[in-house]
Write a protein that binds this ligand. Structure first.
Ligand SMILES: [Zn+2]
Ligand SMILES: [Zn+2]
Length: 338
């Protein structure tokens, strides 16, 4: 099969690798759509030595496709089923796995990290990771469920936006944009803050009531206050220390901040969190049980998240997809198969 292969230090190429085979309890999925996500860029920039130590060079973790073969013992799926793939593979037996928190399993491994990712024609997947898609959801929707939309849905479950709230969304990558669309669908007034033109336009398309362009705004907290006085809820997706400052400075007393972004940057400003009794909560992708709720939500609310996709590449040009996504001058970028 064809696959995107990382060479290390921001280089990659398309290569041929052996087709994987479904073993006991596994299914073979032919990819139809694989999203590019911000965390793929971390692996993209690892050195060749680091990639060797990790043991996998095929990136990406937003897979959707069609089951083409099943291994022995598989009972819930058959060839032809359309599926999204839950992107943490785990032991399936420990306490966390048995309560549906596979992402917390001590043995959990992420797609496109230690195990083969979805930037390839085929993937072998444990039966419990393949989530059936209804006909009304596209393969792009299926890909977004695996990370971008899933991450925002889990955060919205924590923030619980309603018509009483103003939701401030900081950072308008695909995860932030999903937050805008979901916040609106749940009834909140949404103020969106970002800096890239294509993404600011997408925030408007997904219903943001006010869109603030950082590049054109001298005083961002002032612009936020003018837009909504003080947001009761803040969704932080950027990991920029400045965005954290804006979040705590503008958040309403008794408000709530949920963050999904952070790779070891300096901490959150404690003063306003204490003084305004802000609840600060982290959120990490989504638990597998929540995928069922997310699929139902996307079907019922019909958010048309496919509109987020600005660029589509075939697997033969998947290396260009990573390079483009890194510029951030785009919406969602996907690899697509016919
Ligand atoms: Zn991701
Ligand atoms: Zn486990």
């Amino acid at each position: 099969m064809k696959a995107l292969i990382l060479d290390g230090d921001g280089r990659s190429h398309i290569g041929e690798v052996p087709d994987p085979v479904a073993g006991e309890g596994e299914v073979l999925v032919a990819m139809r759509c694989s999203g590019i996500c911000g965390s793929d860029l971390v692996y993209y920039h690892m050195s060749s030595d680091q990639l060797d130590r990790m043991g996998n060079r095929i990136p990406c973790h937003e897979p959707s496709g069609v089951v083409v073969d099943i291994g022995t013992g598989v009972t819930s799926l058959q060839p032809g089923d359309r599926v999204s793939v839950y992107h943490y593979f785990s032991c399936g037996k420990c306490r966390e796995c048995r309560r549906g928190q596979m992402q917390w399993c001590a043995q959990t491994r992420g797609l496109g990290g230690p195990i083969q990712g979805s930037a390839a024609d085929l993937m072998v997947v444990p039966e419990r990771n393949a989530m059936k898609l209804p006909d009304s959801l596209s393969f792009v929707g299926g890909a977004l469920i695996a990370c971008g939309a899933g991450t925002s849905f889990s955060a919205m479950n924590k923030l619980q936006p309603s018509t009483r709230d103003t939701l401030l969304v900081l950072g308008l990558g695909p995860v932030g944009l999903c937050g805008v669309a979901m916040g609106k669908a749940l009834g909140a007034r949404v103020v969106a803050v970002g800096r890239r033109q294509p993404r600011l336009q997408l925030a408007s398309l997904f219903g943001a009531d006010v869109v603030i362009d950082i590049a054109q705004t001298e005083n961002v907290p002032k612009a936020i206050r003018e837009a909504c006085k003080a947001p009761t809820l803040v969704y932080e997706t950027s990991s920029a220390p400045q965005a954290r400052q804006w979040a705590v400075d503008t958040c309403a007393r008794g408000g709530k901040i949920c963050t999904v972004a952070g790779r070891g940057e300096p901490g959150w400003p404690a003063g306003p969190i204490v003084g305004k009794e802000i609840t600060l909560q982290g959120s990490f992708v989504l638990p597998v049980w929540m995928v069922f709720d997310l699929i139902k939500f996307l079907v019922e609310k019909d958010l048309k998240l496919d509109r987020m996709v600005t660029h589509r590449f075939p697997i033969d040009r998947a290396d260009e997809a990573l390079a483009l996504f890194e510029t951030k001058e785009c919406g969602k970028v996907v690899i697509e198969w016919e």
